[in-house]
Write a protein that binds this ligand. Structure first.
Ligand SMILES: Cc1cc2nc3c(=O)[nH]c(=O)nc-3n(C[C@H](O)[C@H](O)[C@H](O)COP(=O)(O)OP(=O)(O)OC[C@H]3O[C@@H](n4cnc5c(N)ncnc54)[C@H](O)[C@@H]3O)c2cc1C
Length: 368
């Protein structure tokens, strides 16, 4: 039997796409080695990125005005939502889809070949198999502790670069991410935004412990831990790919879940998520990621001060708008002119992909 669509990969992107295809009355086959794997990661997104069809119960907590800290404190006038991962997964209900518990080994426009040798045919085939780790591919890593909310009564911190984590000032830097998961629990996570190689969990754990001690935040040592590691580059834009595999992941921030959720309807309806404007934004974002990798550690807090000084619409354009090259470029050029002159040459070289992309001794960078 030929179905309307075969979706390979049931992470947030593939599952959201399957769910929206079912809502359109399409016949759906979904292939994943473990289609019923429970998601464990904490997903969050800017509230205005989430699509109207999303079950409100999938949002666990909302922070009206998160803070950021570079060398200075910033209030971000944009609401931020933490998702309830289980509810998100189950709200993307796959009743009615045919689930195939196998690996897709090769895909073309209408055919999926499975590891067990079978082939599936479909009107359309979508690759939502995510991104694989690969040597030289930039990654984001983090190490977080889930603590009682009373442990961190301060406002939520989207990004806190204060240097109280004990790190060598010349080493790859990391920041603190502090968000409520619900009324009772807060996640405090030491994060390496992007690195090639990224910081290892042991180092991030050391830094988090140091930072919490410096702030008088106690931990018992047996709290639940969240470990984060995923590639932030390697996605290839194209109508037959979706989610991280399809270039929906922002290479300078690591966010992709909301972009995939909000694009699912258009892709389900057969439209390409890759207009010329979206392709231009993708190229600009990749250039932004190269620039981040090229920044000397000591200049990163200053760079984010310039970012969070931007008008909130420009912040939104850079972080979230996949179809706004003018907004993205305006945000990037405002940052460029706001940072000290000495940094501009480095940013220019990195953005254009000229010369060494990383100043770090261990940083070998392959941007795709
Ligand atoms: C702890 C943690 C926290 C995170 N927090 C956030 C966040 O707050 N916000 C955010 O936007 N992102 C976050 N991320 C990143 C986010 O998880 C990924 O970018 C996102 O999962 C990508 O979604 P995807 O569906 O495209 O790919 P994936 O989630 O990687 O899913 C790919 C799916 O394809 C399946 N698959 C793989 N190979 C095959 C094959 N050969 N055949 C069939 N199926 C296959 C896999 O089993 C998997 O189910 C976080 C990641 C981690 C680890």
């Amino acid at each position: 039997m030929t179905v309307d669509i075969a979706i390979c990969g049931l992470g947030p992107a593939g599952r959201a796409l399957a769910y929206r295809c079912l809502a359109l009355g399409m016949t759906v086959t979904a292939v994943d080695p473990n289609p019923r794997r429970r998601w464990r990661a904490t997903y969050a997104a800017w509230s205005d990125e989430l699509p109207a069809w999303l079950d409100p119960a999938a949002v666990a907590a909302t922070v009206a005005e998160p803070r950021a800290h570079g060398l200075r404190d910033h209030r971000i006038a944009r609401s931020y939502s933490v998702l309830d991962t289980s509810r998100l997964q189950y709200s993307l209900d796959l009743a009615g889809a045919t689930l195939v518990p196998d690996r897709a080994v090769s895909l073309d426009r209408h055919t999926v070949t499975l590891a067990d040798g079978r082939t599936l045919r479909a009107g359309r085939v979508i690759d939502a198999r995510g991104l694989r780790r690969r040597a030289g591919r930039p990654e984001q890593t983090a190490y977080g502790l889930l603590l009682p909310r009373s442990a961190h009564p301060e406002p939520s911190l989207f990004m806190d670069w204060r240097p109280d984590n004990g790190a060598d000032p010349r080493a790859t830097p990391s920041f603190l991410y502090a968000i409520p998961l619900n009324d009772d629990t807060v996640l405090l996570e030491e994060t390496c935004l992007v690195g090639a190689p990224a910081l290892e969990p042991d180092e991030l754990a050391r830094r988090l412990t140091h930072r919490l001690r410096a702030r008088g935040i106690g931990s018992r040592g047996d709290e639940p831990v969240e470990r984060v590691r995923f590639p932030v580059a390697g996605g290839v834009p194209g109508a037959a790919r979706f989610g991280a595999a399809g270039g929906y992941l922002h290479p300078a921030t690591g966010y992709s879940v909301a972009a995939s959720l909000s694009a699912a309807d258009a892709v389900a309806a057969g439209r390409s998520g890759w207009s010329p404007a979206a392709r231009a934004v993708h190229r600009l974002r990749c250039a932004g990621s190269r620039a981040l990798l090229a920044l000397p550690p000591g200049d990163i807090p200053r760079f984010f001060d310039a970012f969070f000084d931007l008008d909130i619409e420009l912040q939104r354009a850079y972080l979230s708008r996949r179809d706004d090259p003018i907004g993205t470029l305006t945000a990037m050029s405002r940052i460029f002119f706001a940072v000290p002159g000495a940094l501009r040459a480095r940013l220019t070289a990195a953005t254009l992909g000229v010369g060494s992309l990383s100043h770090r001794p261990s940083g070998s960078v392959i941007m795709e």
